[in-house]
Design a protein around this ligand. Structure first.
Ligand code: GLU
Length: 489
């Protein structure tokens, strides 16, 4: 099920809390909040998967929120790529997608209410003023920060409001004490409030800023666990302070460590930093990708292979490793091989038909694709590979010259000719084919491969295939003899 597409703000946290004199509990509500500045990559997909699974595990709700306030960098194509990626992986959401750009009125109302109660204030410092403040702080070896010129304090007289300057709005952050949270992955984190500036929450043109929108949304959407990449750890203390200022219940936070490439370096295009849809293109089953992502930084004992139902039953935030996870293409391929073997033949048939179509091939009724697949899927770890391995059933075999030279020798051709006469007269079943080959092998005092290898090359184009009698059984008598005879004239 995909969300109801409503874009109206929700009614706040209380709606999701049930109170009773003896028990009080909150419905788990998680969210995935991508910025649509690129495709859904492996890291984003893992964040989405963990948030989704946590909601499922706890019979909660999962919300999709598109954080599109960076209008310069957000594109409709990226939004679509995120939706496509989630759809392919089956990460369904209970609410959304909500678009932050459609929620501007809400943010502005909240800013006004904060100005009214004094948790935010107008700041008229000009850009130039702030720039020279910054420079002088840097020269003195100080950390650049706002000097609090427009911050209202009791007993303080604020400067005269200058004409012609549109003010920004700043959050009035506490200057004493610490802001702390028990991160569900990283443990306790504490930041002194004196480290935090009075954050700008609305720009001079009135548009709200990134961290502020996140806060309003997490509050209004009743988010109980924020599961996100640890590149957001620095935002969390600011967000917690703003949530407190709004009287919100602060959610729990779980910051996921980054994913490194196969080479131990930051993810690069070659090592996973590609769209999840690229994995589909590249021949991976979504079951393999999901299972793979689930184990990227999370574990359940020694379990390596499990489906999403199992994962949702097992998933918890206690078994997420705080250290970086490393991408491992070999393991992904291993899982892909497993799921190709496990896939239903119906779904495999649809997938491979599409991949063969991309190679320009139409699958005919004969030989039946499902038969071909059941013969070949045991040895496949990639769907594109599987499609190209079986293409010869639906087009003339592309002979590999080296294999032909090695196996189709002048001495063997009379033997193959004798075999073809036998084959023309048998009942076309794998056992009968096998017997015919064995007879010819014995009559000529050869070893089985001496005959099987040239047959493979003649029929499939190359010297590797599953058992040759089975290949021939599926290829059919007429087509088998036709392909053999091309070498006998
Ligand atoms: N929009 C942010 C991103 O794509 C995520 C923000 C969050 O999860 O709080 O990195």
């Amino acid at each position: 099920m995909h969300g109801n597409n409503q874009n109206q703000p929700l009614n706040g946290m209380l709606e999701y809390c049930f109170f009773n004199p003896f028990i009080s509990f909150m419905i788990v509500r998680t969210r995935f909040a991508p910025s649509p500045t690129g495709f859904l990559h492996i890291g984003g997909a893992r964040t989405a998967l963990f948030s989704w699974a946590y909601a499922k595990k706890n019979a909660g709700q999962f919300i999709l929120r598109i954080e599109d306030t960076d209008v310069e960098r957000s594109t409709p194509e990226a939004v679509q790529a995120i939706l496509d990626g989630m759809h392919w992986l089956g990460l369904d959401y209970d609410e959304g997608p909500f678009y932050q750009m459609q929620r501007m009125d809400t943010y502005k109302k909240v800013i006004q209410s904060m100005l009214d109660i004094g948790t935010a204030y107008y700041c008229y410092s000009s850009k130039e003023e702030l720039e020279s403040l910054r420079e002088s702080q840097m020269q003195q070896g100080l950390k650049p920060r706002y000097d609090g010129k427009w911050r209202p304090e009791s007993g303080k007289t604020l400067p005269v409001i200058p004409v012609g300057i549109s003010p920004v709005v700043r959050f009035k952050n506490s200057q004493i004490g610490v802001v702390a949270w028990d991160d569900l992955v990283k443990g306790r984190i504490e930041i002194a409030n004196s480290e935090l500036d009075d954050l700008i929450i609305a720009r001079a043109d009135g548009t709200p800023t990134y961290n502020f929108c996140v806060v309003v949304d997490d509050f209004e959407m009743g988010i109980t666990q924020v599961i996100r990449g640890d590149d957001h750890v620095n935002n969390t203390p600011r967000q917690i302070n703003m949530l407190n200022a709004l009287g919100a219940t602060v959610p729990q936070y779980a910051h996921l460590s980054m994913i490194l490439g196969d080479d131990g370096q930051k993810l690069s295009k070659r090592h996973g930093a590609v769209s999840v849809m690229q994995y589909h293109e590249d021949g991976y089953l979504k079951e393999a990708v999901l299972n793979y992502l689930a184990r990227l930084g999370w574990s359940h004992g020694d379990a390596e292979i499990f489906n999403m139902q199992q994962f949702c039953e097992w998933f918890d935030l206690d078994h997420i490793t705080p250290s970086a996870a490393q991408f491992n293409t070999e393991k992904l391929n291993w899982l892909n091989a497993h799921y190709i073997k496990e896939a239903s033949l119906d779904s495999l048939e649809i997938d491979i038909t599409n991949r063969l179509a991309k190679l320009g091939l139409t699958v005919s009724a004969n030989p039946e694709l499902k038969l071909v697949l059941s013969l070949y899927r045991e040895r496949a770890n990639n769907l594109n590979q599987l499609a190209s391995d079986i293409a010869y059933f639906y087009m003339p075999a592309q002979t590999n010259p080296a294999d032909a030279e090695k196996h189709i020798t002048a001495e063997i051709l009379p033997v193959i000719k004798a075999l073809s006469q036998k084959l023309a007269a048998i009942d076309w079943r794998a056992e009968a084919i096998h017997d015919a080959i064995n007879t010819v092998v014995a009559e000529n005092q050869l070893k089985f491969p001496k005959v099987a290898m040239p047959l493979r090359v003649m029929l499939t184009g190359i010297a590797q295939s599953p058992s040759i009698d089975q290949v021939m059984a599926i290829l059919g008598q007429k087509e088998t003899l036709f392909r053999i005879h091309k070498y006998l004239i």
